[in-house]
Design a protein around this ligand. Sequence first.
Ligand code: T1G
Length: 654
Amino acid sequence: MTIHYQHHGSVVVVTIDNPPVNAMNHAVRQELVDAAARLDTDPSVTAIVLAGAGSVFVGGADITEFDRPVEEPSLPAVITAIETARKPWVAAVQGVALGGGLELILGCHYRLAGPQAHFALPEVGLGIIPGAGGTQRLPRLVGIEAAIGVVAESQTLNAHRAVQLGLVERVVSSNLLAEAIAFAESAATKPLPLTAANRSLATVDSAFWQAAETRIGAKSKGTAAPLLALAALRFGAEHGFAQGITLERATFLRLRATEESAALRYLFFAERAAPRPADLKGIVPRPITTTAVIGGGTMGAGIAAALRNAGLPVVLVERDAESLARGVKTLANIFDAATRKGNLTPEAAAARMAGVVPAVGYADLAVCDLVIEAVFEDITTKRAVFAELAQVCRTDAILATNTSYLNPSEIAAGLPNPARFIGLHFFSPAHVMKLLEIVPIPETAPEVLAASFDLARRLGKVPVRSGICDGFIGNRILRRYRGEAEAMLRGGVSFVQIDAAMRELGYAMGPFEMQDLAGLDISYMMREAARALGENVPETPGDILVRAGRKGQKTGGGWYDYHLGDRKPQPSAETARLIAPLLGPAVEMQAVQITTRLIAAMAVEGQAILSEGVARSAADIDLVEVYGYGFPRRLGGPMFLHGRPPTKKIPKLE
Ligand code: T1G
């Protein structure tokens, strides 16, 4: 049963009960249309209250239905049935009313909200636009300016703001249902109010729309939906509700069928599945209330900031007072920057720092539930840290390494009680990047693994479990991606063209620009170390550049030249001269051929990672690429793209 009915005198409470989020699937829509017709003709009924069971009012249309044709009655049909009813419908919103859930209550005659209620139209994040009147009814209730923020910029309204804007009659702080029933009884004695569809809209000039278009276009990250949502809203404002809602529905149905929307919906479900691996169901995470970070460098300070942002106290440990002072300063700078951007008040920044206990040595760690090591990427250094930690930490304290390349099992070899050991691979800057690769060793206890996933949730990160291999999931694919790009370079394709193609696809920068940012010397040193161990590692163009002192932005030049204080890459005649001997005759390649070849290389490596069991699913690999390496969200990820029908596989480059 998806709808419950309760009679309170002449008022009927219609409760949508479709766990877990009361999504408006076909069964709910059919029940609501039938209820609207039946209750409208029932002489014993004078008014209806519409409620949602549980903590969510309605989480929107059922996204799982989007890969199938629309099954009537559509959501617009449900909303029209309510809006044209002869008896008042009063929505009682106790939780979030999202997407179709907000559109549903826009068709009601009145809306009351509990203090926890929130209202949003998240459709553009799924590559679609509201398809059941959101772009047309919302502006007629709250005004065009506020509606644009919700419809095209994913802004959320809390209950009080909803009242200020006229979306909600009032906030009811206790017993929302009883208040709504009383409100409905009173409403039944009055003429019905003007419905949202019939309200007029104040006109705005073209300069207003142009400014909105510029603002929204600048942050849409190449996705089509935000500007199309704005266009639907504008069209309805300029041509009336009926024409507006027709355009809205047509646009929604068109976008629903696009690859971009399929990709964004795929990521939506992947992001929700990631924090809850099936095999950890029922495992109680080991509690984490006190933490420590060993190492106050860029990574250590970033990790400490992420822990503080989640409200966890942190002991920040360095080997001496000078290094510790540097680490504390780095951490303070992170919060100062957030304050300058307006993301933190000065008081909140001070509170973040007040929760940091700087320490030289390990004496303060006996109380810590979790200690994260973030020292120099060297096995001897790391093993020495854990030998010390084993002496001073509780035997049940979780000990984690932030290593990005070393084998966590080798780091933990010989450690007493290895069941408490795990790899937590943060990405720099650790307080910003959402990806967290969780790398258990064979001995890691389930409750320690569960505690790591729970920690990721508390830090607002996307957790992906990785098996142990060189580079885990992300850096292993990165190495393959870079290798393929260098193979194309050797084959005569210009690295400037390769970077441009990946930027055009939606990456912030291409593979060569990224090396200049990170520094060419890191991978150079790894190749040299392998050569020193007798491995046959052929000379690469990167070797030549590093030996010529061209290590990237930090030395004023790598693949590109950089003017002092300017990060904009400039073509370098020096680089061209240095690497010429390694390159084949120049070859012209279309951008789409470049991107397809590089994405295919990532997907082939991803397939190997999957078949080796290093990753649990293709979606996990795509989460790593999107959240750790800047793969354009609108494309879903290399595994998503690689699995698509050939006609749709090559990403269209506008
Ligand atoms: N459809 C189908 N399944 C959904 C869903 C939805 N709309 N929302 C959530 N789920 C699943 C989710 O995958 C997970 O599944 C479970 O429910 C719990 O979700 C016509 C076209 C509502 C704030 O974009 O933001 O309406 O992993 O872990 O943390 O114009 O879910 O358990 O198997 O997120 O309590 C617009 C999406 C749709 C809202 C609850 N609506 N959902 O958060 O639970 S398009 C959205 C959320 C639309 C109209 C258009 C959140 C939530 P599983 P959860 P939560």
